[in-house]
Write a protein that binds this ligand. Structure first.
Ligand code: NAD
Length: 371
């Protein structure tokens, strides 16, 4: 049986509370599941690490992260650390992890649990049962390309430049991630770019097409212009399975897709690095989209589902425990269907619960569905 090394970095604020619920789920799988076992390490990140070690992530924690199958990250930041020097602010810990693990592929699922369909701004029939994945290239493109500057012209006017830059290698590696992910889901990839007006779009289209031919002819591939993709996400989002796109379009499309499904407290994410040359395993970090929520931290009110579902993504994408990931997703859906809600997703006639009670209900339902 495979043993998976997990590094838990709860961080600050509600990260501590939501990670405690993940630990209970891990203990359940360690006791029951026969597909894999987890070895747990814990460390500090963010403000908590600044208080203890003077830096937002230590070299020792970085070494553990590099040796792990997956890092499960809570959240960092809070008013207590607003005045620390910029270089060692809490977020710098997360940025160091992303940079040194070379996490170039960002996965943001948009799942609409039937029980929450009425909370979406779209009609129930459009979003109910939605399960799509936006794959965003995270380390290249418009946010990092050079030149990137504001210059003053001779006539005193200013001129700003951002450069969108992609190489064959960068496009090929994100395309391969898209095809690998699609094989574990609905086997369909939409590649979104603007080949009609951008040279990077032309190259993106060419490289994705060539990679499909050589690497994944078994996966269905469609090309779509990024602006049309934005429209289709609202018109008929269920036509999509995996959408792969660049850094800039991915930033916008992933927020658009996520918000169809409701609260920040429900949104997991993952960031993957390059595969190891020997083992083929990718370094990976899984985290909720939300922050440390200082306004509710320490009160037992936080919704733990985004962090629990982030762990579910680790099961699926780093541990090859797809059945367990499905069971966990089902347990979450069932608990929502039973009418339990944390404050952020509260609806009329539902029962409001806190962090630990929501965690307990998911655990109990997991025991039932896994029996
Ligand atoms: P936030 O995501 O922490 O909170 C925004 C709002 O959503 C708050 O009202 C909060 O109570 C609510 N909320 C968020 N997650 C929730 C959950 N799981 N359950 C219930 N309600 C939830 O964003 P913010 O308030 O802009 O930032 C707070 C701190 O977090 C800042 O220091 C910020 O820099 C940091 N931050 C960290 C990350 C990260 O660690 N990846 C991401 C975003 C913000």
């Amino acid at each position: 049986m495979a043993t998976h090394k997990l590094l838990l970095l709860p961080g600050d604020g509600i990260g501590l509370e939501t990670m405690a619920e993940v630990e209970r789920i891990i203990a359940f799988f360690n006791a029951k599941a026969n597909a894999g076992k987890f070895e747990i390490e814990r460390d500090d990140v963010g403000g908590t690490a600044i208080d203890k070690h003077g830096v937002p992530v230590t070299d020792a924690a970085m070494a553990k992260a590099k040796a792990s199958t997956a890092v499960i990250f809570g959240a960092v930041g809070g008013p207590k650390w607003d005045k620390v020097p910029y270089a060692i602010r809490p977020e710098a810990g997360l940025l160091r992890l992303r940079k040194e693990l070379d996490l170039f592929a960002n996965l943001r699922p948009a799942i609409c649990y039937p029980a929450l369909a009425d909370a979406s701004s779209l009609k129930r029939e459009i979003v109910e049962g939605l399960d799509i994945l936006i794959l965003r290239e995270l380390t290249g493109g418009t946010y990092f390309g050079e030149p990137k500057e504001i210059v003053t012209l001779e006539n005193g006017e200013k001129r700003a430049v951002d450069s969108t830059v992609y190489t064959t290698r960068e496009i090929e590696r994100i395309a391969k991630v898209a095809f690998d992910l699609a094989r574990k889901r609905g086997n369909k990839v939409h590649s979104a770019e603007k080949r009609n007006v951008m040279k990077t779009g032309v190259l993106w289209n060419e490289v994705v097409t060539a990679t499909h031919k050589s690497y994944a002819p078994d996966v269905q591939l469609e090309h779509i212009l990024a602006d049309n993709c934005a429209m289709q996400l609202i018109r008929n989002p269920k036509q999509f399975d995996v959408i792969v796109t660049d850094n800039l379009f991915g930033d916008v499309l992933s927020d658009e897709a996520a918000m169809m499904t409701g609260s920040l407290g429900m949104l997991p994410s993952a960031s993957l690095g390059a595969p190891d040359a020997k083992t083929g395993k990718r370094l990976a970090l899984y985290e909720p989209v939300h922050g440390s929520a200082p306004d509710i931290a320490g009160k037992g009110l936080a919704n733990p589902i985004a962090t629990i579902a982030s762990f579910g993504m680790a099961l699926r994408y780093s541990c090859d425990m797809v059945r367990e990931a499905d069971l966990l997703d089902k347990a979450i859906a069932d608990v929502l269907a039973q009418g339990l809600r944390t404050g952020d997703i509260m609806q009329p006639n539902m029962r409001q619960v806190g962090t630990a009670e929501m965690g307990s209900a998911i655990l109990k339902q997991l025991e039932t569905v896994a029996a």
